[in-house]
Each structure stands twice: as C-alpha cells, then as structure tokens.
Design a protein around this ligand. Structure first.
Ligand code: GLA
Length: 339
C-alpha cells in the first residue's frame, strides 16, 4: 500500500492511494474523494483527469466535505439560546450545505501519515462565524483513512469558540455498476429502514417516519422498488422528488448497498443517513455533465437536516466549547465472491 501526491493546476493536489485491487484518490480542494476504483470499475462519481476544472463549478458537491451544516435549514433561520440567526438563502428561501462559503470550496492543509496497514490524510481548516453567519469559530480536522481491507474511514474532529450547530458530512456519490449505469438495480439493506418524509422544498418538517421494512416486508429493498412503489405514502414522496432525497434511520448506524458484484457496507455513529439518488441533473449546464438522473446515490451520514427547527435546544447538531466534536463513518467495499 502506498500514497503518491500529484499537483494539478489552480492549487489542486491529488493524493493517490494504491492498495492493489483498489485505488482511492483524495484532494485538498474540499477535503474530497475524487475517485475510488475496484480493478477498473469506478465505484464513485468524479473526475481525476480534469479535477481542477470539474469540481469548482459542480453544483452537486461530488465527494466534498460539506458544512458546517450539511442539510437544509428551513427559511435559513434558527434560534439558539434565545437569539435568532439569519443564514444565507442559497436554496430558495432556505440554507443548504452551510451556505456558499462552505467547506466544499476550501483548500485544506494536509498531512499524510503512512502507518502499518493503513494510510491517513489529515486535512485541517477553520470556519469563522463571519464566513457563514453561524455563531462560533470552528477549528476542524477531517481525517480520511484507507486500509488494507479496502475500507475508507472519515473522522471529523472539531472545536468551537461558542455554542453553535455543527453537522458536516461527505457528499460522495456511489455507483457500483460497470460504466456507472443507473443505480435502480442496487439494493439497500439494514435491520431498520425508516424514511423521513419531506415537505415542500425538500425540507424535513416531521419526525413521523415511513417504515419501509414493514411496507415491503423485507430488510432489503431495491431502489427500483422504491421508485415505482404504489404505496401511497412512498409514491407521493417519489412523485415529488423523482427519487430518493430522504433521511433514513438505520439499525445501529449500519447499512449495506449491493449490486450483483459488490457490497458496500456503511457504518456510522451519526443518527441519520441521507440518501439522494441524483434525481435531476439538469441544473448543471456544463460539458462535464454526462450524468443522467439516478446515475449515483449518496450516503450522507449526519444529524437529521433542519434538526434545530425540529428539536430546538435538544437538536443533536448543537456543539459547545467545552465538548470537542468527534464523529466517524466508514465505507467498506467487498467483491461478493470474497465474503
Ligand atoms: C443533498 C440534498 C439534495 C441536493 C444535493 C446536491 O443531497 O439533499 O437535495 O441538493 O445535496 O447538492
């Protein structure tokens, strides 16, 4: 296992990790994943060759570290300790991905540590209250580790100068199919698959979940079954968003996604996983946009979007200066014959 560093134009650095049958690539721009391959099969969406042109204008946040707050905050407003905060309205009336000056568009400092059986890239940056209008300045480490078992782990470590919201995530899009054909054939599985319905403008405004395992009488459900379901609750959601763009609660933060050849296992200490099936690609007007709807899916591990307006001072994304933030998510790829 070894790492090599490659400098592209415009400040972009690619860090390539080679682990024989798998290879993974990260960049300092947004502390993001750029590529992950099993043999010659690309299992994430991205672009190594023209990374410097591809990522900056990409409105879908491919592979980026997103935050300080990953999901939508309704009306770009929240209240904390009796004070009302007004954020940037960068998604209609709402705030998404922490605003336009979020983590995805920063050049992180980095350090590479080659250890026994694994390679770690420690990315560091700061977000100031003046950058995004949330309270508190944050010091952040995003640590990407890749190990001999073809497991990619993300750890976030942060401290804040004031009580604030912190809810970062990674916006990688997976696709286990050869040539990244549409993901409708993939199965998602977990002992619990509870989906939070969305209201208008993709906002989570209810914690009354739809229990997919009961509806389908199975813990393993194909995306296609969801997209075409006649169940009125599911159909209403799929018709509104042309696919999945929903937070899920899964058993013990563990779920798997598979196609015929591969299994991707996810494990997180975050309470929710937002699955977004790339439902409408038309807003990206670029020659780089070769993507059809449903050509990838995200597994964004985070506290439920808009938690501050759902749970008030009990919102799990609240962090304080006396308690450093830590969270961990891993994605592991297997070839089925290996299991
Ligand atoms: C998240 C949101 C989606 C979409 C994407 C792209 O996944 O849930 O609605 O906005 O980000 O930014």
């Amino acid at each position: 296992m070894f790492a090599t560093v490659e400098k592209q134009r415009n400040g972009i650095v690619l860090i390539n990790i080679d682990n024989e049958e798998t290879k993974i690539v990260f960049t300092n721009y947004g502390a993001r994943i750029v590529s992950w391959k099993y043999d010659d099969n690309s299992i994430v969406l991205g672009n190594i060759v023209e990374a410097d042109e591809f990522y900056e204008p990409n409105p879908f946040f491919f592979g980026a570290t997103v935050g300080r707050y990953g999901g939508r905050i309704a009306n770009a407003t929240f209240e904390l300790d009796g004070k009302t905060y007004h954020l940037e309205h960068n998604d209609g009336a709402h705030n998404i991905h922490g605003g336009t000056n979020g983590l995805d568009s920063r050049f992180f400092d980095y350090q590479i540590e080659e250890q026994v059986g694994q390679i770690k890239i420690i990315f560091t940056t700061q977000i100031k209250s003046t950058d995004d209008y949330f309270p508190g300045d944050i010091e952040l480490k995003v640590i990407h580790t890749y190990d001999m078992d073809h497991k990619w782990t993300i750890e976030y470590e942060a401290t804040t100068t004031e009580k604030t919201l912190f809810n970062p995530m990674n916006h990688v899009y997976f696709n286990l199919n050869r040539d990244n054909n549409m993901i409708d054939n993939h199965y998602i599985s977990s002992n619990k698959l509870a989906m939070y319905p969305l209201g208008e403008d993709n906002i989570v405004n209810s914690t009354d979940t739809i229990d997919l395992s009961t509806i389908f009488n199975s813990n393993k459900i194909q995306f296609k079954e969801l997209f075409t379901s006649e169940n009125p609750k599911i159909k209403q959601q799929m018709d509104m968003f042309n696919g999945v763009d929903h937070p899920f609660e899964v058993e013990n933060g563990e779920m798997a996604v598979e196609n015929k050849r591969f299994v991707l296992q996810v494990k997180t200490d975050m309470p929710n996983i937002v699955i977004f099936t790339f439902n409408d690609t038309s807003s990206w007007d670029s020659d780089f946009n070769i993507y059809k709807a449903h050509s990838g899916f995200t597994l964004e591990t985070q506290c439920i979007p808009n938690d501050i307006n759902l749970y008030g001072d009990k919102a799990p994304s609240i962090i304080t200066p006396d308690q450093p933030y830590y969270s961990k998510t891993s994605y592991k790829i297997f070839e089925k014959a290996d299991i």
